[in-house]
Ligand binder design. Structure first.
Ligand SMILES: *Cc1c(COP(=O)(O)O)cnc(C)c1O
Length: 488
């Protein structure tokens, strides 16, 4: 075997790269051009998708670049759900910036391993700067600690363990949950995202340690109930350690009274975590800032650049008041890592991951491109569009508005009672669920649902810099048309 001047299947000459790369970029530019007119999804079955993919085993022989690339972009376009489409308003998924996609390409090519500073000199500094910029954006002290993670859930897990370490330092590290003699309890509203269940389950607390505190009609936690529960648990000998406030709940966009929660945490010496995965970026907007008052007092914050900062997936971020909190929870220093502590931050000591990707680049690029003012404008426009939709819903007799907070609107279709008689909740739930499924399959608008007080609601969330007021009107019209057809 001749190993001199090896030529392997992974080898791509600079010329081949240029040719293939240009071709890909051309095809993606065509995709961007076509995006507003594409069906958001074609609603294909698993069987159809598998057929499109082809079900063959691992190829024995490799193929040529051009051969495997042919038709691939088209295949992905035809068999994907396009969350960058102007009328994609489902779940909470940001429209991805093309700039961010180029950032991901660049990041992959340089391929810094973001675990240690000397493996990634400038990339690590870009992450440091990105974390600072994100803190500045949302009004958090910029001497905080923090790092980029895969998403909002991961940011919350990372903060959860920092909180636990702070309350109970050495015994859990050595003996696990057997090392403590008091049950650690966690407080959050009924509107909290499901990550808290996964955290309490997987980190050994058990889901029974979660105290679900009731909320008002906008899913804002009732602070007096929270305090009463904390007091009661302390009297029973438990050890409350963490209060989670949500800055923008998934279902309604409601923001907890964060200042009141911070006061309670001060009073009882508890860690105050804010889940701002959806809403936190809106704190940069002067017109919206007051709603987030108290967030700057949090011990930790989760935010999610792949939502309202329009970065391509994956990009989450956790911020903690002091970098030391992360080191306390995550740092081990094995003898085989000779990372100079003096040189710069070694991110493997600050979170779950060892090898890490250069997620910061796409976020950093977006922040640079838009600047503070650009984000203030884009986010406020998303909120104004939600308000516009709420106004349309108020004017349409067959649409019933349930809530509008930040850029999330909940509503439902209610048939004209003069014509069709009165529908109860059960019948409305069935009708609206069908309506949503049909609208999704239709591919012209994509919205999802909330389920609140036994009512199935249609839910739109605008974290989409491509959406405009025409799209909003179109979504309302599609709901009306589908609703009327269904009832006929
Ligand atoms: C989206 C979201 C999460 C989960 O974030 P991922 O990026 O999907 O991991 C957690 N909390 C809230 C409030 C969210 O909106």
């Amino acid at each position: 075997m001749e190993l001199n001047q090896r030529k392997t299947p992974m080898h791509m000459t600079p010329d081949e790269f240029r040719k293939l790369g240009h071709h890909l970029v051309d095809e993606l530019a065509m995709y961007l051009d076509a995006l507003p007119d594409l069906p958001i999804t074609q609603g294909k079955t698993v069987e159809q998708i598998r057929e499109a993919l082809g079900q063959k085993g691992l190829p024995g022989d490799g193929s040529g670049f051009e051969e495997m690339w042919r038709g691939l972009v088209q295949k992905l376009v035809d068999n994907s759900l396009h969350n960058g489409h102007p009328r994609f308003l489902g779940y909470i998924m940001g429209s991805p910036s093309p700039l961010g996609a180029l950032g991901d390409l660049l990041a992959a090519m340089i391929n810094p391993n973001m675990g240690g500073w000397n493996l990634t000199p400038i990339a690590s500094e870009i992450e440091v700067q990105t974390v600072k910029w994100l803190a500045e954006l949302i009004g958090y002290p910029t001497d905080c600690g923090g790092l980029l993670v895969s998403g909002g859930a991961m940011a919350n897990y990372t903060a959860f363990l920092a909180a636990r370490r702070q309350q109970n330092t050495e015994s859990i590290r050595r003996s696990g949950m057997r090392g403590i003699d008091q049950e650690l309890t966690v407080y959050c509203s009924e509107g909290t995202h499901t990550w808290v269940q996964k955290a309490c389950d997987l980190f050994g607390h058990g889901t029974n340690s979660i105290r679900w505190i009731p909320t008002d009609e906008n899913q804002r936690v009732i602070a007096s109930d929270l305090e009463a529960r904390i007091k009661g648990d302390k009297e029973k000998g438990m050890k409350p350690f963490l209060v989670i406030g949500t800055a923008g709940t998934v279902s309604t966009g409601g923001i907890d009274p964060l200042d009141e929660l911070a006061d309670i945490c001060d009073k009882y010496d508890l860690w105050f975590h804010v889940d701002g995965a959806y809403g936190a970026p809106a704190a940069c907007v002067p017109e919206l800032k007051d709603m987030f008052s108290g967030m700057e007092r949090a011990d930790s914050i989760a935010l999610d650049p792949h939502k309202w900062l329009y970065a391509p997936i994956e990009a989450g971020c956790v911020l903690v008041r002091s970098p030391q909190h992360l080191l306390n929870a995550y740092s081990y220093r094995p003898p085989y890592y000779h990372f100079d502590e003096e040189s710069g931050i070694n991110y493997y000591e600050y979170g779950f991951q060892n090898s890490r990707g250069f997620r910061a680049l796409k976020v950093w690029l977006n922040l640079q491109k838009a600047g503070l003012k650009g984000y203030q404008e884009m986010i406020l426009q998303d909120v104004r569009l939600a308000e516009k939709l709420a106004a349309i819903i108020r004017e349409e007799p067959e649409l019933e508005l349930k809530s509008q907070n930040l850029s999330i609107v909940n509503f439902r279709f209610v048939p004209d009672p003069e014509k069709y008689g009165k529908f109860n909740d059960e019948a409305l739930n069935e009708l609206n669920e069908k309506l949503m499924s049909q609208a999704q399959a239709g591919g012209k608008a994509y919205f999802t649902n909330a389920f609140i007080n036994g009512q199935f609601l249609l839910r739109t969330c605008i974290v989409n810099f491509r959406t405009d007021s025409g799209d909003i009107r179109a979504v309302a019209d599609i709901v009306l048309e589908k609703g009327r057809t269904l009832i006929e």
